[in-house]
Every structure is written in C-alpha cells, then in structure tokens.
Design a protein around this ligand. Structure first.
Ligand code: NDP
Ligand code: OXD
Length: 313
C-alpha cells in the first residue's frame, strides 16, 4: 500500500465532471483515481461507480465498498464478475429526490390539464375547448413507494391530486392509500388515471408493464415512466397508445440509451420523450453520504442505504 490511506476509484462516464475534484477535497488522505489502470489494484478500498465495464471490479482484492453513484443499481447485475462478497450501497440524494419530484409533478399537471391534446389541437389550428377540472378528480397511482415514490406522493397530494401507491411490502406510515404487489395490482390499475412508474428494475419488475398490464388499465389512462426502460414491453406500449387504451406516455428511460434515432417512440404523437434527465445525482447533495459510507466501510460499521443483491434493489 502507498503512504496514503488507500485508493478510491471513481468511475463514471456520465456524471457531473466536478466529482473527482470534490472527492479529492473530501478525502485528502486517499488517492482518487478515475481509471482502473492508474491504480495499484491492491490499494483500492472503495469504488464509486456508474455503469462501469463488466469485470472491472474483480481485480480489487481489498475492496470494502461498492458505492453506486445513483439511486438505481440494476447495471451492476449485468456484471457476471461482480465481487458478490463486497457490500453495495446506493445513493439517496436529496437533490436527486427534489428534481424527480418536480419532474413528476410537472408531467402529472400537464397530463391532468391535457397539454398533449391541446398541443395536438394547436398544430391543427383547432380551438378544442377542454374544461379544466380540479386535481382531486384525477387519481395518480405511483408504482414504487420508496424514497422517490414517497416524495412524489406527498407533492402530488399537496397540490390536491387523489394519490394512491403500490409497492412490494405493505405500508402503514404514509398518508395516501396503498396497495401491495400481487393481488392488489388489478384494483390499483382500475383506479389510476395517471400511472407513475418509480420501480427499480429487478427480475420481478422487468417487463411488468406488458400487454396484459396495459389491457387492464383504466380506459384512457396516461403513463409516466421514470424507473427504467426495461420495465415496459415497448411493442405493448405502442399498441395500447394506438388503440386509445392509453392516451399518452411520458418516457424518461429506455431499454437502449441514448434512444436510437430510428426508434418508433421518437415520432409517436402520443409519446413525450426526455433524455433520462428527470433527475440526476449532484456532488453538493450526495457527497456527504459517500463520505460517511467510506468512513463506515473503513471502520467496519453498518453502511447507509445498502442494496440486497438477492432482491435486486
Ligand atoms: P427505493 O428502493 O427507495 O424504492 C423502490 C420501491 O419500489 C419500493 O417502494 C419497493 O417496495 C418497490 N418495489 C420494488 N420491487 C417491487 C415489486 N416487485 N413489486 C412492487 N413494488 C416493488 O428506490 P428509489 O425510490 O430511490 O428509486 C426507484 C427507481 O427510480 C430506481 O431504482 C431507478 O431505477 C429509478 N430512478 C430513475 C431516475 C431517472 O433519472 N429517471 C433517477 C433516480 C432513480 P418496498 O417499499 O416494499 O421495498
Ligand atoms: C439513478 C438514475 O438511478 O439517474 O440515479 O437513473
């Protein structure tokens, strides 16, 4: 080992460029490296990663922490050489939560006030009067009542929407009506006018939104997917929009990112696309948790926001 405390590898090709400098300031006694080839693999104690090349982590025999630089950890499971004995933590970043909450509120209000239909009428120079209704007339169903889902539920209820939620385990300490995965899903779908998908991608949630799911949603419901692209079967979504069962879909995440230029979603009149920018991790609001977790990992203490590889989130 070098005379420093060890090395922290930061690996991300799509994050705020100030991360390495911020980490150097926060960890003056560690060497911060951004490329595995610039490390002595035996010195690497912690890896802070976002979408790294498969196999990269297995060379670090003394690794004590894999800190994912985001809320979703699904990209890790694509690494067949992931060192399974090393603890994994994810970020719970108040800045990321706030931006996601804004995004969901923005698009729920737009769908509630029928902006896509008004835009389409404007394109045809048509005066299409749609009577404004109060938010309490719109039921927003949130799939996933974790850190992000709960924040969105509170904000939506705060502006008057009728909010319901759905999650894997039963909830008691939340102000909105909740449903639990399994038998309750049909009832949840029957009620929701706008479905907000804030689920992690796991073996249990992949392709969850398929043609069966979409056949049994409320007629003319709208969908917002901010979870992960592979939660949705793409052809089933297009079929549901074309048949009018769904009136609009707002998509921020896709199976392939960037979304290929020739993809059918781009030109679909009932789809709004954003480039996976509903929210993002920020050094200013996320660094504190990373500092604390690396301190805990090196001291052998219980970590914050651990991920369970068996359930996948
Ligand atoms: P959490 O882990 O805090 O919450 C996940 C929620 O999903 C929990 O309520 C959990 O249930 C529920 N859930 C998981 N599996 C199932 C299942 N099989 N059936 C029903 N419910 C299930 O995650 P976050 O809220 O922090 O983030 C959610 C996801 O949002 C991330 O995994 C990521 O994919 C996505 N994301 C997208 C971003 C973007 O920019 N588009 C930014 C950040 C995150 P329970 O409460 O019972 O555990
Ligand atoms: C995340 C994301 O999971 O940005 O943090 O998608």
């Amino acid at each position: 080992m070098s005379e420093q405390n060890g090395t922290i590898l930061f690996y991300s090709e799509a994050s705020d460029p100030s991360w390495p400098t911020e980490l150097e300031k926060a960890f003056p006694t560690f060497a911060i490296r951004t490329r595995p080839q610039d490390t002595d693999p035996m010195d690497v104690l912690a890896a802070i990663v976002w979408k790294y090349p498969a196999g990269m982590l297995q060379q670090f025999a003394n690794l004590r922490l894999i800190q994912v630089l985001g809320a979703g950890v699904d990209h890790l499971w694509a690494d067949p050489w992931l060192p399974k004995h090393v603890p994994i933590t994810r970020l719970v970043d108040p800045g990321l939560t706030a931006r996601m909450t804004e995004y969901v509120l923005l698009h729920c209000l737009a769908l509630h006030r029928r902006l896509p239909e008004l835009r389409s009428a404007q394109c045809k120079h048509t005066w299409r009067y749609l009577h404004p209704r109060p938010p309490v007339d719109t039921c927003v169903g949130i799939m996933g009542l974790g850190v992000l889902g709960r924040s969105c539920a509170a904000a939506l209820a705060g502006v008057g929407f009728n909010v319901i939620g759905w999650s894997r385990s039963r909830k008691s300490n939340i102000a909105v009506q909740t449903y639990v995965s399994g038998a309750d899903l049909d009832e949840f779908k029957r009620r929701a006018d706008i479905i907000v998908v804030l689920l992690p991608l796991t073996s249990a949630t992949e392709n969850l939104i398929d043609s069966y799911f979409l056949t049994s949603v409320r007629d003319g419901a709208a969908l917002i997917n901010v979870g992960r692209g592979a939660l949705i079967v793409e052809d089933a979504l297009i079929a549901a929009l074309d048949a009018g069962r769904l009136r609009h879909a707002v998509l921020d995440v896709f199976r392939t990112e960037p979304l290929p230029a020739e993809h059918a979603f781009w030109s679909h009149p009932k789809i709004t696309i954003t480039p996976h920018n509903s929210s993002a991790t920020n050094p200013a609001t996320a660094l504190g948790q990373i500092v604390e977790n690396i301190r805990r990992a090196t001291a052998g203490e219980k970590l914050l926001y651990s991920v369970d590889p068996l359930i996948g989130y």
